[in-house]
Design a binder for this molecule. Structure first.
Ligand SMILES: [Fe+2]
Ligand SMILES: [Fe+2]
Length: 304
C-alpha cells in the first residue's frame, strides 16, 4: 500500500502558486538530462534531414524543385541548426527576464521555485541546442545585429505581461515545428530526441507563461495594455524573422541571393506559420493583446 506523506508546504497560498505546485510536481515526474538522453556519439548520418522538409523555408518554391535530395537534406540540417541557435538566443533573454521577475521575492513560494526550475530547464536546453547545432556541422548562427541589440534592451526593461507574452510567443512558435520534427522518421534521430525533450519540458513553460500573462494583465490599465500589446507584437516580429539565418543557404551550398528571394515569397511557408500560430493568436485575442497596431506586426510576420 502506498504511504501517504503529509506535505504541509504543498498548500498553495495563491491560485498562481497552485499552478506552480502542479508544474513542480510534473517536472519532478518527467524531466530529462540531455547530456545522457541524446545520442551524441553516433556520427552524423547525412542521409537524414535536420527538420521536416515541409518546414523548410524553400519547400514549395521553384528553387526547391531544382535541388537534389542530398541538397535538400543539407539545407534542412542547416535550418534546424539555425532554429536551435536562435532558440539559445531566446532562452538567454527569457532566463534573464524570469530571473529579474523573481528577484527578492519569497523563496518559499512555489511560484519562485517553479521559476528557478524553468531557468534550469532552459539552461540545459541551451547546452543541448548548442551541441545539436555543432553536431549538425553548422557554424554559430546569430540573429541580425539589430535584433541582437533590440533583444538586449528588451531583456533589460521588459516586465509583467510584456515579458511573459514574448516568452510565450517564442515558445509557441518553436513548439509546433518541433512537434512535427520529433515524429518525423526522415529527421536524424538525435534531432528528434532533442525536439522531444524540448516539447515535453516547454509545455510546462507555456502553461506558466499563459498564467503569468493573464495575471499581470488583470492588474494592467488601458494605456499599459495598449503599449505592451504593441511591444509584444514587435518582439514577435523580431523573433519570427530571426528564426532562420540567411547564411544557412550558402552553408548548404545554395545561391544565397536567390534562396532569400524565393524564401521571402514562399506562400507555403507562410501558411505553415499561420496555421501553427492559430492557438497563440486565439490566446492573445482572449486576453486583449491583439490590438489593431499589434495586428499589423503579426500580419507582417505572417503569424495571422
Ligand atoms: Fe527551452
Ligand atoms: Fe521555455
Amino acid at each position: 500500500m502506498a504511504t501517504s506523506i503529509s506535505r504541509p508546504e504543498s498548500k498553495s497560498r495563491t491560485p498562481e502558486d497552485g499552478i506552480a505546485r502542479r508544474l513542480l510536481d510534473s517536472a519532478a515526474q518527467l524531466s530529462y538530462d540531455p547530456l545522457t538522453e541524446v545520442d551524441w556519439e553516433t556520427p552524423l548520418d547525412e542521409d537524414f534531414h535536420g527538420a521536416s522538409p515541409e518546414w523548410s523555408t524553400l519547400y514549395g518554391t521553384p528553387y526547391w524543385e531544382e535541388l537534389s535530395e542530398a541538397q535538400r537534406k543539407a539545407l534542412t540540417r542547416q535550418e534546424a541548426a539555425s532554429v536551435a541557435s536562435t532558440g539559445i538566443w531566446f532562452e538567454m533573454i527569457l532566463q534573464q527576464m524570469v530571473l529579474r521577475d523573481i528577484y527578492a521575492k519569497d523563496p518559499t513560494d512555489d511560484t519562485f521555485q517553479w521559476a528557478l526550475t524553468e531557468i534550469a530547464d532552459e539552461c540545459r536546453h541551451s547546452i543541448m541546442f548548442a551541441r545539436g547545432a555543432k553536431k549538425l556541422q553548422a557554424p554559430a548562427y546569430r540573429p541580425h545585429r539589430v535584433a541582437v541589440e533590440l533583444g538586449r534592451v528588451f531583456k533589460t526593461v521588459a516586465f509583467g505581461e510584456a515579458a511573459y507574452a514574448a516568452i510565450l510567443v517564442a515558445e509557441e512558435v518553436l513548439d509546433v515545428m518541433q512537434r512535427d520534427w520529433m515524429r518525423d522518421e526522415r529527421v536524424v534521430p538525435f534531432v528528434r530526441t532533442i525536439n522531444n525533450i524540448h516539447v515535453v519540458e516547454e509545455s510546462r513553460h507555456m502553461k506558466f507563461a499563459r498564467e503569468e500573462t493573464r495575471r499581470h494583465l488583470a492588474r494592467a490599465g488601458r494605456v499599459r495594455r495598449q503599449v505592451h500589446a504593441l511591444l509584444i507584437a514587435v518582439a514577435s516580429y523580431v523573433i519570427v524573422t530571426s528564426m532562420v539565418s540567411r547564411k544557412v543557404y550558402a552553408n548548404a551550398g545554395l545561391d544565397e541571393e536567390r534562396a532569400v528571394r524565393e524564401a521571402k515569397a514562399n506562400e507555403h511557408h507562410k501558411s505553415m506559420m499561420r496555421s501553427s500560430c492559430s492557438g497563440l493568436m486565439e490566446f492573445l485575442t482572449s486576453v486583449g493583446l491583439l490590438t489593431r497596431p499589434a495586428l499589423y506586426f503579426y500580419k507582417r510576420a505572417d503569424l495571422i
